[in-house]
Ligand binder design. Structure first.
Ligand code: AMP
Length: 412
């Protein structure tokens, strides 16, 4: 069922506690190198400001341990608060603690239309205690709930606009809304869009529905391949995981990256998929991974001493034809080592094929992570229907796993 959004509640004069995903990449000096995640949250943020709410933002950044504040200091979320302030053209207050007296005072001082950013929620160990662990350990459960209760007390309304973390049961994602019984709990505009595109593509696809899966490991994608075989008309495989499938077919793969312990799983998927599951017919190989290195195309076996780093030209042509005939396309994972040219060719060609399919009326959805980076690198992200902000989250969504952090929110 569709979830209520921030547009369905009156925020005027209310304290709006919003979980965002400001987990932005930074350089060694802490400078933000890509503010896309902050930009994507702007519509929800501006909506609250423009409608006179008191906005309290919480997010994680990086992977601090949550035990030693001095060791975690480089993960402060202050730079994200400063960047948000620049983007909004207005001050963003910052609380150097996410809970406790400092945060409480900052929240109490908020006026209508103000914005406050709380310090990184992962500075607190309780944030990432898994419910599975907490179930068997009352002290962990109490610790997580106590932390969540303090955050929950800051809000009259809870908003989840952090799609990239929706597959997790972190305190700020799940325990906080659980603690806010009787108060409105809604999704922000970003999560609404993610659920709409990913949900519609998967549950109500216009056909033919084609999925393209690449990336490094079969092991990461067994669940999603299986789920998509049940929903799609064709599943196209690329990336390093194709070599484990080649092993399963009895082919030689030279020195290519494989997961020998997943060959049986690959055999099972090949059987399950039949003609729906398509593997590359050729592979671009090289003796080593180096920019500009001499390449050879292998059809069938990959010779000893060579490694596959990309899908080959015949595969590109075949996959492009299939994509051109599709009405819905979902893509997750690069076709080759797109970071090292010329092995970016397959990925770039597939990105281009998605752009053309979009132009011809297809719905095209790109799962986050590396395929999102690849399409951004190619400057094509605004030419497809939707680029997800969630890597792991979009994969788990495609796999059909329930998102408790979304389920807990109010239905329309
Ligand atoms: P994943 O995180 O599973 O989506 O995998 C993404 C990574 O897979 C990227 O960093 C690619 O460089 C890598 N990758 C894709 N194709 C290959 C390949 N043929 N050999 C080695 N690495 C690959």
């Amino acid at each position: 069922m569709a979830k209520k959004t921030i547009a369905d509640v009156d925020v005027k004069g209310k304290r709006v506690l919003m979980r965002v995903d400001f987990n932005v990449p930074q350089d060694d000096k802490g400078n933000i190198t890509d503010d896309n995640r902050i930009v994507k949250a702007l519509p929800s943020i501006q909506h609250v400001i423009n409608n006179g709410g008191k906005l309290i933002l919480m997010s994680h950044l990086g992977r601090p341990e949550g035990k030693d504040r001095a060791a975690d200091a480089r993960y402060t979320i202050k730079p994200a608060a400063d960047r948000l302030s620049q983007l909004l053209g207005k001050p963003v207050k910052f609380a150097s603690e996410a809970v406790g007296p400092v945060a409480e005072k900052a929240v109490a001082e908020l006026k209508d239309g103000d914005v406050l950013m709380l310090e990184n929620v992962r500075f607190y160990e309780a944030e990432q205690i898994k419910d599975k662990k907490a179930k068997d350990d009352p002290s962990l459960k109490a610790k997580k709930e106590e932390f969540a209760k303090q955050l929950a007390a800051f809000g009259d309304i809870y908003v989840n606009d952090a799609f990239g973390t929706c597959h997790r049961d972190n305190a700020s994602m799940l325990t906080v809304p659980q603690q806010m019984a009787g108060k409105p709990k809604v999704v922000g505009f970003l999560v609404e869009k993610e659920l709409q595109y990913l949900g519609e593509a998967l549950n109500n696809p216009k056909r033919p529905f084609v999925a393209i899966l690449g990336g490094k490991k079969v092991s990461d994608k067994i669940g999603v391949i299986e789920a998509l075989l049940g929903k799609c008309d064709t599943v196209l495989i690329g990336g390093a995981m194709q070599y484990t499938f080649m092993l399963a077919q009895g082919k030689k793969v030279g020195g290519s990256l494989v997961e020998p312990d997943k060959v049986d799983e690959a055999k099972r998927l090949l059987q399950l998929g039949g003609s729906k599951l398509k593997l590359p017919v050729d592979v671009t190989t090289a003796a080593k991974l180096e920019a500009g290195v001499a390449t050879q195309v292998a059809e069938g076996d990959i010779p000893d001493g060579m490694q596959g780093f990309d899908i080959g030209p015949k595969t590109v042509a075949e996959y492009k034809k299939i994509i051109a005939g599709a009405k819905t396309v979902a893509w997750n994972g690069p076709m080759g080592v797109f970071e090292v040219p010329p092995f970016d060719k397959g990925t770039n060609e597939i990105a281009q094929a998605l752009v053309e399919a979009t132009r011809n009326g297809a719905i095209t959805v790109i799962g986050g992570g590396d395929s999102a980076s690849a399409i951004e690198k190619a400057g094509l992200s605004d030419k497809v229907s939707h680029v997800s902000t969630g890597g792991g989250a979009s994969l788990e969504f495609m796999e059909g796993k329930p998102f408790k952090a979304v389920e807990v929110l109010d239905d329309k």
